[in-house]
Design a protein around this ligand. Structure first.
Ligand code: HEM
Length: 138
């Protein structure tokens, strides 16, 4: 596969991921019981990890095609990716361990994390788009 094709798949997956994170902000309001929140959080984290893994694989393959040239842009992407995975696993564990009477705080925790992750991803996308357009040189 050519690098340009691969990068467009990478970029589509990233946009899909952004859409999924925005959806996370909306679905944080839905569960009416701790049980439902835990079930939803499990499915959410599974899909999150699936899409994140695809982003990582396409990114690593792009790096390989590019002769493992790692610049600031690649370092930023890898750090943001790892940070998002770390936050997601911590959030999922916290929700799994939460008690029925903590429903409101567990829901607001889910919401907070979704907002932070959306902003983090949107900022990274904006930076990469500016780099592609030559607005920033990283
Ligand atoms: C949350 C994480 C990530 C975001 C938001 C992201 C976003 C992007 C975007 C928007 C592009 C530009 C695509 C284009 O030219 O149309 C890109 C390119 C690229 N990404 Fe990612 N990416 C992420 C994670 C990763 C990871 C984990 C890797 C590698 C392990 C990676 C490797 C690359 C490479 C090699 C390129 C092309 C190189 C370049 O233009 O300098 N990305 N990424």
């Amino acid at each position: 596969m050519e690098l340009t094709q691969l990068l467009s798949i990478h970029a589509i997956l990233v946009k899909l991921f952004l859409g999924f994170l925005v959806l996370g902000i909306a679905i944080a309001f839905i569960p009416k019981s701790s049980e439902k929140l835990k079930k939803m959080s499990f499915s959410y984290t599974m899909i999150f990890q699936l899409v994140a893994t695809l982003i990582l694989l396409t990114g690593l393959y792009a790096l390989y095609l590019n002769g493992w040239h790692i610049g600031i842009a690649e370092i930023i992407m890898i750090v943001v990716w790892a940070l998002m995975m770390f936050i997601e696993i911590k959030k999922h564990k916290a929700i799994k361990m939460s008690h029925a009477e903590d429903l409101q705080s567990a829901k607001s925790g889910f919401l907070k994390v979704s907002i932070i992750q959306t902003l983090l991803l949107a900022l990274t996308v904006a930076l990469m788009v500016m780099k592609a357009k030559g607005v920033v040189a990283i």
